[in-house]
Write a protein that binds this ligand. Structure first.
Ligand SMILES: Cc1ncc(COP(=O)(O)O)c(C=O)c1O
Length: 429
């Protein structure tokens, strides 16, 4: 692994394609992966790790669900990319709209970044305004305005982002409508959009407080701006109808990605018919790309929906496993007198190295003990459990994980939490 890290550092910028993977934010060595199967990642020595990174969210079925990875020739036999509109993408759009009726019209792109970037462009074109309000600790990809005070992949500073971009971005506190009002006071007329993760998953797992999303919609309406839900993580992670099925709030625009491609790069954005009408050729706003609606990826997205429709029991299975994991962590914390709070929603489990109630916003998330987390994460790796090397990330379970994996993980955590114990932990008791 050491040799690969050296080679990576020599030829890949920073040794990686995405900084969080490098382990840099937690001061951990980079994990170099050789293969994967089911719930497991394997390093170059062939050692097996129970994988809770799950590629940062897309792998709802683990790495190699047979219904996704077999018969791929049949997806390829009519060609891989066409550059034309085709029946299967129309059918995919119809299937998505049946689950997410707020997406009256949509367009396919390649990544979640592109989906959110395009949604923002639509909002700006539709409103004729440029300002965006976002939340510290939400992550929407790596286009310029999204990176300001982002969660998960943040921490790199703001290199390459012009001041002029910053001038158009307001950053509020998640779950804090007063902070939204403060930023908008006397300045609503320039607002194009409010963009939000309807369930936060990039500063740990953070639930929207009662009335928060409703409050955002009211404020967007009052300002004449659009509300954009970033469901890149939440759609399909939290059911076929996503986070928007759990709130009366209907977003104007939505971005999708990650799980919908089953491991292949496909994403989508869409929403109100009148807003989407700004896009060329109907309107004067351009989004487009060589791989938009790529038939191979579209074929995989159909498979993902096919699997979920054929296996409605999958969500309850993952929820059961995640409950077992969360209960196990709680039991260990109680026994060891550790003050951490475990949060779990369906297949997502999370805790921070901080005392008190679950994090409500990025300030809370950032108050966690980074050193204790780094020790814990390293010790978990030594015990064969792969966690994302950043405390802003969460643990993703999949249909491939088993109760035995969960129990092995808890045994590893018992050891790792001993290794992570710091004087801070003791003071917090
Ligand atoms: C909520 C959310 N939105 C957007 C993105 C960007 O997606 P991608 O990495 O596919 O560009 C991410 C990626 O982690 C995300 O978590």
């Amino acid at each position: 692994m050491q040799r690969s890290i050296e080679r990576a550092l020599e030829v890949l910028a920073g040794g990686c394609d995405s900084p969080v993977r490098s382990g840099w934010s937690a001061g951990l060595p980079m994990f170099v992966q050789a293969s994967a199967a089911g719930a497991y990642a394997y390093d170059e020595s062939g050692r097996r790790y129970i994988d809770y990174v799950m590629a940062y969210g897309p792998l709802l079925f683990g790495h190699t669900h047979p219904e996704l990875v077999t018969g791929l020739d049949s997806l390829a036999e009519h060609g891989l990319v066409w550059g034309t509109t085709h029946g299967e993408e129309i059918r995919l759009a119809e299937r998505i709209r049946a689950y997410l009726p707020s997406m009256q019209r949509l367009r396919f792109v390649t990544t979640g970044t592109e989906a959110m970037m395009s949604a923002v462009r639509v909002a700006r074109a539709f409103t004729g305004r440029s300002r965006i309000l976002k939340f510290a600790g939400n992550y929407h990809g790596h286009f310029d305005p999204a990176l300001i005070d982002a969660g998960a992949s943040a921490g790199a500073g703001g290199g390459g982002i012009p001041q002029s971009v910053r001038a158009d971005v307001l950053v509020a506190r998640y779950n804090d409508l007063a902070s939204v009002d403060e930023l908008l006071e006397g300045d609503e007329t320039g607002l194009a959009a409010i963009m939000v993760e309807p369930i936060g998953a990039n500063m740990g797992l953070v639930q929207p407080a009662d009335g928060f999303l409703e409050g955002l919609l009211q404020r967007a309406r009052r300002a004449g701006a659009l509300l954009i839900f970033d469901e890149v993580i939440t759609w399909l992670r939290f059911g076929l109808r996503g986070a928007q099925d759990r709130t009366p709030v209907v977003p104007d625009l939505t971005a999708l990605g990650k799980i919908m491609g089953g491991g292949l790069p496909i994403a989508a954005f869409g929403g109100r018919r009148d807003a989407m009408a700004v896009l060329a050729p109907e309107g004067e706003t351009f989004t487009g790309g060589t791989h938009g609606g790529n038939p191979f990826c579209v074929g995989m997205a159909h498979r993902v929906l096919d699997v979920l429709e054929a296996h409605p029991e999958y969500y309850a299975y993952m929820d059961g496993l995640a409950r077992r994991l969360a209960a196990g962590f709680r039991e260990i914390f109680t026994r060891r007198g550790l003050p951490y709070t475990v949060v779990q929603q369906e297949s997502v489990v999370d805790f921070k190295f901080r005392a008190g109630t679950p994090a409500q916003n990025y300030d809370d998330a950032c108050s966690a003990d980074r050193t204790a987390f780094a020790r814990y994460c390293k010790a978990m790796l030594e015990r064969g459990v792969l966690l994302a090397p950043s405390q802003n990330e969460v643990m993703f379970l999949s249909t491939a994980h088993t109760a035995q994996d969960v129990d092995e993980t808890l045994a590893a955590a018992e050891f790792a939490l001993g290794a992570a114990a710091t004087r801070n932990d003791l003071r917090a008791q």
